[in-house]
Design a protein around this ligand. Structure first.
Ligand code: ZN
Length: 242
């Protein structure tokens, strides 16, 4: 099966549309959470994803928009954007988000928004944190989002460590025999210095993973954010990919 794996869309419809245009044919869409927060089109992004055969997780921003998480843990701009999102969500979007879990098992894959150890909050930013998370899932591979940085962590059992493999990679990488934790990066707000939308293709038969990037019309999203009076800092950071 061909899976389109996306995460952290953050209500950036222009970026999501660019990914859907760029992606090869896929059988299922797997979304690792944070559909909303930051961006100007939360309902449209939810509706677009619901149109596919898909699995989706809840992220911390999704839960905050539902009032399931306190906004006190958010910085000022994230809080302001989330308060706007709370007002903007339709009852249909709220019902949809409310039905999502921050982690689940999908066939032979574990899926978690942040990490298998702490699905809502933990950021797997480095190989040490990744290494400590391998005991919290039993499948060969776990897919995570949340950091907005694409990366593959391979478990090196012999040396009790994990190794980080960063894109760009010349071709799809094989998953296995080592266990792995993989992050497709963020569709709507990349933070690795590359402003293009980030996503991945997973082939569950061949067990390969391909990191992919696609440019989108950042200025369209920025214009929509201005029109909704969303924080300037969030508008500016889309250009930098930070
Ligand atoms: Zn996020």
């Amino acid at each position: 099966m061909q899976c389109l794996v996306i995460s952290d869309i953050h209500a950036n419809l222009a970026a999501l549309e660019a990914v859907l245009e760029d992606t090869p044919d896929f059988d299922e869409l797997w979304c690792l959470g944070d559909l909303v927060g930051y961006g100007p089109n939360p309902n449209e992004c939810i509706d677009r994803i619901r149109g596919f055969t898909h699995t989706s997780l809840a992220g911390n921003h999704d839960w905050a928009a539902l009032g399931k998480l306190s906004l006190r843990s958010f910085n000022a701009v994230a809080r302001a954007a989330n308060e706007w999102t709370q007002q903007e969500l339709t009852s249909s979007s709220r019902t949809y988000l409310n039905g999502l879990s921050p982690s689940l098992q999908q066939g032979d894959f574990a899926l978690a928004h942040g990490s298998p150890r702490e699905p809502v909050w933990e950021y797997i930013m480095d190989a040490n944190t990744a290494y400590r998370n391998f005991e919290y899932f039993s499948t060969p591979v776990c897919l995570v989002g949340h950091t907005h940085v694409p990366v593959l962590f391979k478990l090196d059992e012999e040396h009790d460590r994990a190794e980080a493999v960063l894109p760009p990679l010349p071709e799809p990488v094989g998953l296995g025999p080592e266990r792995a934790i993989v992050n497709p990066g963020s569709v709507g707000q990349p933070r690795d210095g590359d402003p293009r939308a980030s996503y991945a293709m997973l082939d569950t038969d061949e067990m390969t993973w391909e990191f992919r990037r696609v440019s989108y019309a950042i200025e369209i999203t920025q214009e929509r954010m201005r029109a909704k009076a969303l924080p300037q800092l969030l508008i500016d950071r889309l250009d930098a990919g930070r």
